[in-house]
Design a binder for this molecule. Structure first.
Ligand code: BTN
Length: 259
């Protein structure tokens, strides 16, 4: 069920923009990822944004759930159809757009934990999830999902309270979600355009990474690897120097610091 704007959460339609040129809003939905995927299959325009006040079955990476109670968060999924080689950059655009939007609206500087968790004060404030639909070698569409804890009282959720935070705890109190969502859509639009023009600001993303140079453990779907996070390549993959001196490329996973 959709209700028409205006609503507290909905910025004005970002006229002439690709990302946010069309915005679909749900007061409550299972997951904006599913709503966006269905819209993409029905031919929704590139850049269509699906957002919700509440998600009842929000999901994160690695099979985790993502908490989105009402009045607290940004839950956003954007339909994109990049060229296949640009697909890895879509998630980088997600985390960098969150960093830029938080800075614009609150003046607070966030960092990125590889691959794409956004952190404030060492705790996770936002996460990025990309799901793509590929037939043969052809990318049909991808959905870029972004969840931001904006005014979320994380203590109320024991499953995330030790590791999560919310933007309002680092800014001066309550943060206007509408303004943050509008800034996020504008930054995504800017980054999506630079991606398609071949000028994605990978250095700006790298500078935000707090993982480089650290001793880490990386859990991916296939294996657990340990070593020093030496660098990231132009696609955002992590270059990990193992203890035996070999260098491996890790495309996705979960990093923890090795102690
Ligand atoms: C992660 O860090 O694990 C990724 C979290 C992604 C959460 C967002 S909220 C909007 C969209 N809908 C979902 O169900 N998930 C993503």
């Amino acid at each position: 069920m959709t209700t028409p704007a205006p609503h507290e959460l909905i910025p004005r339609r970002l006229a002439s923009k690709k990302v946010g040129g069309r915005i679909v809003y749900y007061p409550s939905v299972g997951s904006t990822m599913d709503a966006a995927r269905v819209a993409a299959e029905l031919g929704a325009h590139d850049g269509t944004a699906v957002t919700a006040d509440e998600q009842t079955r929000g999901r994160g990476r690695l099979g985790r759930s993502w908490i989105t109670p009402p009045d607290s968060s940004i839950a956003l999924s954007v339909i994109v159809r990049p060229a296949m080689p640009d697909l890895p950059k879509v998630s980088l655009a997600g985390s960098l757009a969150v960093v830029r939007a938080i800075r614009r609206v609150t003046g607070v500087e966030a960092s990125i934990k590889w691959p794409n968790d956004v952190l404030l004060g060492g705790r996770k404030v936002a996460g990025v999830l990309v799901e793509s639909s590929v037939i043969g070698d052809a990318l049909q569409s991808a959905v870029l999902g972004i969840g931001v804890n904006v005014n979320l009282e994380t203590e109320a959720f024991p499953e995330i309270s030790p590791t999560a935070t919310s933007v309002h705890k680092h800014a001066r109190g309550h943060v206007p979600r509408r303004e943050l969502l509008a800034a996020l859509l504008e930054e995504l639009d800017d980054l999506y355009r630079s991606m398609t023009e071949g000028s994605f600001p990978i250095e700006e993303w790298r500078e935000r990474l707090e993982t480089i140079g650290r001793e880490v453990r990386v859990r991916s779907a296939e294996a657990m690897e340990e070593g020093v996070a030496e660098a990231v390549n132009s696609q955002g993959a992590l270059l990990l120097r193992r203890d035996d001196g070999s260098l491996i490329e890790v495309l996705a996973g979960e990093v923890t610091l090795r102690v």
